[in-house]
Design a protein around this ligand. Structure first.
Ligand SMILES: Cc1cc2nc3c(=O)[nH]c(=O)nc-3n(C[C@H](O)[C@H](O)[C@H](O)COP(=O)(O)O)c2cc1C
Length: 153
């Protein structure tokens, strides 16, 4: 399957996790990884399934690399009804605004018509799981769901 693997990061954790996910998926899928900060929301590819990993920074805010993407999205207001995505959040439960960045990004994409596949999965830096322990099954399960959706359409 054609996968667009996108990350929103402040200090690089989401990027590192995407590199691990890319390594895990390559061979089985056609994966192209990119920073949300280098991604034009109006140019998202409806033939690809979008796997998005996004952290939370500041006070429940989007991380630095996701902010220009969100601003461009609000400004251009593209029709994203052909876009299907799943989202994985990186955060820390010692913050009251635990994982709100990934939630905000998902809501923004849905606001412009994108279809979310499956529930958001979140990782807690305070917990004992490694991010990839949750992210690999997240990616596999969401891709399986997306494959049946793409086959139906
Ligand atoms: C200054 C600072 C602010 C943070 N704010 C939040 C927050 O509001 N909510 C949350 O869930 N995590 C918060 N985090 C935790 C980060 O989301 C977590 O460390 C994540 O792994 C960072 O990923 P990144 O390097 O891809 O940005 C914060 C971390 C720092 C250092």
């Amino acid at each position: 399957m054609k996968i667009a693997l996108l990350y929103g990061t402040e200090t690089g954790n989401a990027e590192m996790l995407c590199e691990d996910i890319e390594g895990h998926l390559e061979g089985d899928h056609d994966v192209a990884m990119a920073d949300l900060g280098d991604t034009d929301p109006a140019a998202l590819d409806g033939e690809a399934f979008h796997l998005i990993v996004c952290s939370t920074y500041g006070d429940g805010d989007l991380p630095a690399s996701a902010q220009p993407f969100a601003e461009a999205l609000e400004k251009a207001a593209p029709d994203l009804s052909a876009i299907r995505f799943a989202i994985f959040g990186l955060g820390d439960s010692s913050y009251d605004t635990y994982n709100e960045g990934s939630q905000k990004l998902a809501e923004l994409l849905v606001k412009f018509g994108a279809k979310q596949v499956g529930e958001r999965t979140i990782h807690d830096a305070m917990g004992s799981d490694m991010p990839e322990d949750l992210a690999f099954p997240w990616a596999e399960d969401r891709i399986a769901e997306a494959e049946s959706l793409f086959a139906e359409s």
